[in-house]
Ligand binder design. Sequence first.
Ligand code: AKB
Length: 327
Amino acid sequence: MAKRQMKHILVIGAAGQIGSELTMALRQRFGNDNVVATGRKTKPSDIVFESGPFEYMDVTNKESLKKVIETYEIDTMYNMAAILSAVGEKNPQLCWNVNINGLIHLLDCAKEYDMTRVFIPSSIAVFGPQTPKENTPQETILKPTTMYGVSKVAGELLGDYYVKKFGLDVRGMRYPGIISSETLPGGGTTDYAVEIFYEAIQNKKYTCFVKETTRLPMMYMPDCIKATLDLMDADFNKLKHHCDYNVTAMSFSAGELAKEITKHIPEFTCTYKPDFRQDIADSWPQSIDDSCAREEWNWKHSFDLSKMTKDMIQALGKRHEQGKLYG
Ligand code: AKB
């Protein structure tokens, strides 16, 4: 399935938590001018905005997507635009529209413009209450109870369909909760695992919106970027799956995370006040079996709970000292 070399890359959703850091990693690798960043409304970080091309574009509007593809002769796309689980429950129609209608536009454009490769992320949200919770297998029950999860299952199936039916090279993985220090996440259930660090640094206390015992699969951003680039680099012929790889790095409860933070900030306290996001978290697995990703494209993580916590506190602590904790 080797076509042209990857040259002109489009990152959709480049103002978001993963899109912003992915854009910078791709620019470093392929050259600033070869990576076009787009966002719907939010202005991205200064570095994303200033280091290379940036366009405002709405993936639900196919014409605006086509215009960007034609202007920059795009041959590779990363679709990081999504309405996440918590916002998706507040606005299910918007969630379906962005996550599915946007995705179809993107896949159709990839086919129409004979693109080299497309990345479409999925999520642990594809799993539901009937899925085994521990060491969740690659092949298992996919009956999510959130609109975000429904859209992600449909997205995985759509991506696989475009591979089989049209010979398009589409790849994707089921991201766990992603923890990072550059751009705050927005609208997800796993957001508490990022917010807790900001609050620990700034106020030495945090009210967590899931229970102390809530345990979810997580990954630190450097591993998330590595996993994404590694899957996109992998030899297509070695991939037995396409859009639905399980990936993980660590699993911990909210209480275990708080305890790890107190090793660095002893006065930090965490209280727990579960809200509607508790039900979402309870419907997801606690740990993931990602052996297919490890076997088929050599996935390996580097950060565990203690290494990630140390790194987060160092990065945010430095920004706090400079009076720029929130950028
Ligand atoms: C969310 O919490 O909605 C996301 C996800 C796990 O996909 N971070």
